[in-house]
Design a protein around this ligand. Structure first.
Ligand code: BTN
Length: 239
């Protein structure tokens, strides 16, 4: 089953270097070593990578599995999350939330994820969007959703991708302060949200208190002290 109309994508976005695979282990691996600007797309990944060494569920023909070769810059993960939410909104009308740093959320569940890796002096920006999944494996079902599951109707992956690539161009061009401001405005997790965070030394609970100038999340514990969260693991408290 094919999700992406690759001929239309190439026609409507001329001049882009787009590598397209029916099946690949990971678009992150395929993008490593490619020129900046290269886009790698796949219908299916057999070894899709998530953050922190996790795998990314990459069912054939149901999702967008995309990596883009970019110049490294601050707050890139946040910029790509903003671009993904923007593309979903433009293509479907759905308003996503952003859970710092890399989760794109709908109805309290994760609909897309961002992974940024450095390779050969470039940044590989990986974006996975759950588009037409009808269900998820039991271990993901309480955490993951798809656009189709949220609306009850199939979504057009090609249309989302045609919105996504220009949105990436727009957001990665923004300076770091603008990205942080836009993220803080778009994310219900950035400030005033009761959260738990898994840290190496244990789980902490507190209320989010904005982003620091480097884009890290500040969590204020009930004793009034602030902890700077640098690596994710953020969950809505009680979820
Ligand atoms: C996460 O939320 O853990 C990040 C998920 C990133 C998944 C995408 S799918 C396209 C690209 N190729 C991969 O192997 N991973 C990223």
């Amino acid at each position: 089953m094919s999700t992406l109309d690759i001929d239309r994508i190439r026609r409507e976005l001329p001049g882009r270097s787009i590598l397209y695979y029916a099946t690949v282990d990971s678009t992150m691996r395929a993008a490593a070593g490619c020129e900046p600007g290269t886009v790698v797309l796949a219908e299916e990944q057999t070894a899709g990578q998530g953050r922190h060494g996790r795998s990314w569920h990459s069912e054939a023909g149901s999702g967008i599995y995309c990596s883009v070769v970019l110049e490294p810059k601050p707050a890139l993960t946040l910029a790509l999350g903003l671009a993904t939410a923007d593309a979903i909104a433009r293509a479907t009308g759905l308003a996503c939330d952003l859970r710092w740093p890399n989760d794109v959320m709908l109805g309290g569940k994760k609909v897309a994820g961002i992974l940024v890796q450095l390779a050969d002096g470039n940044a590989i920006g990986g974006i996975g969007i759950n588009v037409n999944h009808a269900s998820f494996p039991p271990e993901l079902a309480s955490e993951a959703t798809s656009l189709r599951l949220e609306t009850g109707a199939p979504a057009c992956a090609t249309g989302i991708l045609l919105a996504l690539l220009p949105a990436i161009d727009t957001f990665v061009e923004m300076d770091g302060d603008t990205i942080l401001r836009r993220f803080a405005r778009a994310s219900s997790y950035a400030a005033g949200r009761r959260v738990t965070v898994e840290q190496p030394e244990g789980t902490i609970e507190g209320t989010t208190a904005g982003l620091d100038p480097a884009g890290f999340l500040i969590v204020r514990k009930d004793d009034g002290t602030d902890t700077l969260i640098v690596a994710g693991g953020v969950r809505a408290a009680g979820s």
